[in-house]
Design a protein around this ligand. Structure first.
Ligand SMILES: C[S@@+](CC[C@H](N)C(=O)[O-])C[C@H]1O[C@@H](n2cnc3c(N)ncnc32)[C@H](O)[C@@H]1O
Length: 207
């Protein structure tokens, strides 16, 4: 945790929502982090935290974890989450967090909303959704758990769908859940840009 986050929390007597990791290799102790046992929802690339915090307000009995690699966005999110006991933020690369830090079968639902599309062909390898990523999501999900994915990039959407279809551990749906708008969701709606949704639901314990 950056020093200023800690001192800010201390000065205002606000509990910090930022997770301090003791180790980069041990799995997260979710009971300790949230101080309770509740179903866990994880927003990957949680940006400014507005989606995460809206959901957490709607579902106070569930735990919400935002994973975001940019410090400023994490800081903004912790401020938004200051009054929400069921929200925590982890400043971390999403794939690493899913693969190495989340305990197996610990997540009820993931959200991956508007992952960076890297539209140039030579940058496609930077896209987060790969067969390994999807396998790691599968391992971290509980039975019947799911990941909701949204993108405005039709090419990336096609690639994600192909990768998902090649993993027999998931049933694929359209992800038509009633969810709050994320910041990028709002931006695309204002531009009248079409958004493509997928829901991958875990249907088998092994891939
Ligand atoms: C296009 S923004 C979408 C933000 C948010 N999900 C929304 O819908 O408003 C993508 C976000 O993912 C974060 N991000 C991109 N790749 C990431 C990664 N590998 N690990 C963690 N965060 C990542 C970026 O920093 C950025 O905040």
């Amino acid at each position: 945790m950056p020093a200023d986050e800690g001192s800010l929390a201390h000065r205002r007597h606000v509990p910090s929502r930022l997770i301090e990791l003791d180790s980069l290799t041990d799995r997260l102790d979710l009971q300790k982090i949230f101080e309770r046992n509740s179903p866990l929802h994880v927003d990957l690339g949680s940006g400014d935290g507005s989606f995460l915090c809206s959901l957490a307000q709607r579902m106070p009995h569930k735990n919400f974890l935002g994973v975001e690699r940019l410090l400023n966005r994490v800081r903004t999110s912790t401020r938004k989450a200051a009054t929400l006991d069921n929200v925590r933020l982890l400043r971390m690369e999403s794939f690493y967090a899913v693969r190495y830090l989340l305990p197996p079968e610990s997540v009820e639902r993931f959200y991956l909303l508007f992952p960076d599309p890297w539209p140039k062909r030579r940058h496609h390898r930077r896209r987060i959704v790969t067969p390994d990523f999807v396998s790691s999501i599968h391992a971290a999900l509980q039975k019947d758990g799911s990941i909701y994915i949204a993108t405005d990039d039709v090419d990336y959407f096609g690639e994600i769908k192909e990768i998902a279809e090649s993993n027999s551990g998931f049933a694929i749906g359209e992800g038509d859940a009633d969810l709050p708008q994320s910041k990028f969701g709002r931006i695309f709606r204002e531009k009248h840009a079409p958004v493509h949704w997928l829901e991958l639901r875990k249907i088998s314990p092994v891939k």
